[in-house]
Ligand binder design. Structure first.
Ligand SMILES: [Zn+2]
Length: 493
């Protein structure tokens, strides 16, 4: 009886929040949950903005008039600044220092005009529920192999997370403007096609420019008629709706998964676009909280690629200190999300898909702080570069063929690659002595050493990266028995 009453109460709460009380919403930080959990808060219909298990707090979005419902949930709570939850009056319509919809399109169009050899003009891939264009941009060079693998970045699937749009713009700008001067930018664009889809949920984003501010879901309020939109990041087709954990059947919840997998036009666009470009990896941007997330997300169990996901995420977060792990480890399991489907669907090859929660201040907290936005973009740029270099190393572009047998010199197994401080590599050597030289791609010698008294055959060696070696792509050359060979690797730290 009590449970029924609670469900009724929260149904009313949800209706009120959505239909009438937007202007009085606040983000509340709950410290040390009592007699409840993140999962039970979700089940009660609370809108969870972010979770930090290591510091033991949960942020919820709630109408001010319902603050008293939180009193028994936590040891203490704090109301976060207004700028976290809405655009301040001076920024209404243009999103402050975030990019509004028109600015976003203008940015990508201008980038394509400025770097026509690298950046494609935005291409419409389909329409949203309200018939807005959902577009992508491809960035690549005309050099390199003809069948380059694709890597996919997308943002604003949740339309109240504007820093994610800034992160993609920053990365696109970095790739294009550094192609001629940075060996990693050149390597990425010579060896892959980078695809970016900056506004996956254009209807929600447009609504947020006109006073919505907290629209997370799409704008399909018609199926069913009581819906307040569908959470597009619960509408994907891998293990969709397997249970109600982090994915709600209630049309008023912020995690409402829709009436069927891929019921929404926006997820259909991502589905067909992903299947067309068939990416080897992808980055799905969200905010906020400072996390890197990998599958499985529908349940808290490791995938067959757990060790790779974990080691890449560990390196990606070495600078910014983001937490990393599966969704269920960091927040709560959630089925029907984009990463699980991108990683595992039989409709395309295995894609190393990562979700990122950018560490912004609430949803709109950097609207007047261009310095903070630049910092967040830079810390995500490092992760984007590292993901690309890891992906390209793992598909074999960096490595020579397998060790080719006795008497033939070869080098294999550079690990880790990209490297921060120290790396190992294997050599198959025809004689007992080996000369190792490290060059940067301008041909400048970075380091050189000889190894004597080896047994001919296979050996494993180590090289410590000099502290003053800048980030970039390098060449490891080895020489033995009048033979010479090499392999590229990346320094990134
Ligand atoms: Zn999100």
């Amino acid at each position: 009886m009590k449970k029924c009453y609670m469900q009724f109460l929260f149904l009313i709460l949800s209706v009120t929040v959505v239909s009438e009380a937007r202007a009085s919403e606040v983000i509340v930080r709950l410290f040390d949950l009592r007699d409840c959990s993140v999962e039970s808060l979700l089940a009660e219909g609370y809108d969870i903005a972010s979770v930090n298990r290591s510091e033991n707090y949960v942020d919820v979005v709630i109408d001010e008039s319902y603050l008293s419902t939180l009193e028994k949930k936590a040891t203490s709570f704090r109301i976060m600044p207004e700028s976290w939850v809405r655009l301040l009056p001076e920024n209404t319509d243009d999103a402050g220092y975030y990019l509004d919809p028109a600015e976003t399109l203008a940015f990508w169009t201008t980038l394509a005009t400025t770097y026509p050899d690298l950046v494609q003009s935005p291409v419409t891939q389909g329409q949203s529920f309200q018939n807005r264009d959902i577009y992508s941009i491809r960035i690549t060079s005309s050099s390199g192999p003809s069948d380059k693998p694709a890597i996919f970045f997308n943002s604003l699937i949740h339309s109240r997370e504007p820093i994610t749009n800034s992160v993609l713009a920053d990365f696109g700008m970095w790739l294009a403007s550094n192609y001629d001067s940075d060996t990693m930018a050149k390597h990425i664009l010579d060896n892959s096609e980078i695809y970016l889809m900056p506004i996956v949920n254009p209807d929600g984003y447009a609504d947020n420019m006109t006073g919505g501010n907290m629209q997370r879901k799409n704008m399909n309020y018609t199926t069913p008629v009581t819906s307040s939109g569908i959470d597009l990041n619960r509408n994907f087709g891998y293990q969709w709706g397997i249970n109600n954990s982090g994915s709600s059947p209630n049309p008023l919840d912020e995690t409402y998964r829709g009436s069927a997998a891929f019921s929404e036009k926006e997820t259909q666009v991502i589905r067909s676009f992903t299947n067309t470009i068939d990416p080897i990896g992808s980055m799905h941007y969200h905010s906020y909280g400072g996390m890197v997330i990998y599958s499985w997300n529908y349940e808290n169990q490791p995938t067959p690629h757990q060790s790779t996901f974990q080691s890449w995420a560990s390196a990606m977060t070495a600078q910014n200190g983001y937490q990393y792990g599966r969704c269920g480890e960091l927040m709560y399991p959630a089925n029907g999300d984009a990463c699980d489907w991108s990683y595992e669907s039989s409709e395309h090859q295995t894609c190393m898909a990562f979700g990122v929660e950018v560490d912004d201040s609430g949803f709109w907290g950097s609207q007047n702080d261009t310095t903070k936005i630049a910092e967040l973009c830079a810390e995500c740029r490092f992760m984007n570069i590292l993901l690309c270099m890891n992906l390209l190393a793992s598909v074999g572009i960096e490595n020579n063929a397998e060790a080719s047998g006795t008497g033939i010199l070869s080098v294999t197994g550079i690990s880790p690659n990209p490297v921060m401080n120290s790396m190992n590599f294997s050599a198959s050597i025809p004689s007992g002595s080996l000369a190792v030289t490290i060059f940067d791609l301008s041909g400048r010698r970075i380091d050189q050493f000889d190894v004597e008294n080896l047994e001919a055959g296979n050996c494993r060696l180590n090289w410590a990266v000099p502290a003053d070696a800048p980030n970039g792509v390098y060449m490891l050359m080895i020489e033995s028995g009048n033979q010479i060979t090499g392999s590229r690797f990346t320094v990134l730290r």
